[in-house]
Design a protein around this ligand. Sequence first.
Ligand code: AMP
Length: 320
Amino acid sequence: MYSDIYKLIEEYDNIVLARHVGVDPDAMASVMALHDSILLTFPKKKVYAVGSGSNRFSYFGKLDKIDKIENALLIVLDTPDIRRIDGVNLADYKKIVKIDHHPFVEKYGDIEYIDDKASSASELVLELINETQLLMDKNIAGKIYLGIVSDTNRFMFNNSTGKTFLEVAKMVQEYKLEIDKLYEPLYLRPLSEVKLEGYIGLNLEVTENGVAYIRLTKEILDKYKVDAASPGNMINNFNYINEVLVWTFFTEDVKNENIRVSVRSRGPVINTLLVNYNGGGHKFASGARIKTMEESNDIIKDLDKLCKEYKERGENDENK
Ligand code: AMP
């Protein structure tokens, strides 16, 4: 499969790389690492990384604005379904490749490389580079490292396999990655976000069966001088709380006229439930968009039921 993807990269002079809306570090890292690797290997090709950006991730590299492009190959990373692809019209492309680590949702590529056991899209880019003649350097290795670190929450989630550790270890050694310097732009954050995190900790509510939730309205975001994307950056910090099995933030997004829903779990599978709310994602890390804050009540109720069933099945039994 990787050699088929490499053949297409070799064949096309114009290559566009895209990923999902609501960009996150793995989406950005996988796109920019592949972008840089294709250019390093084939300096004469025109390679564009598209999608709406975020200042927060500008250290990964500059995004491109493109008009309609002829005879191009499109490679979409980290995106299981068409509705969440950011900034491209699939009909404009001669050939489409999908490289993804989400559970399968729908087919849209001529070649689809999907491994939902992989830690991240960045890990798949690392494999693609390792298994073909695509080149790597320290800059590319650094981006891949950050993508993997971010989607595994620093190797804490069980999507970090032995293979992930081995491949990352080899890369760190070979390219002499200075991980403290790499972490700085990924983890440096304004004091306002730390204060918001304090607010969330103080105000989280927990249901009978272990669903922690908080509703973050525009007033609260304004008070803490943060934007609607900020709560999503800290949701992983609420893992490993005794009384909590599943936790969710509902954040008012005035610009997009919706409510962002982020959900994490340390037991029950949540993505199949979020599909009912115009969302999806991974088994234990999912998201959705809803129209009104009132709908959050239904999600909380459904999640609580999920936790109850999970506990009844005994999957929370420490002695198992
Ligand atoms: P987030 O909580 O936004 O970090 O998202 C966690 C995971 O859920 C990521 O894999 C996202 O791609 C996925 N996700 C977030 N929002 C949606 C949505 N509206 N529809 C489908 N998947 C989503």
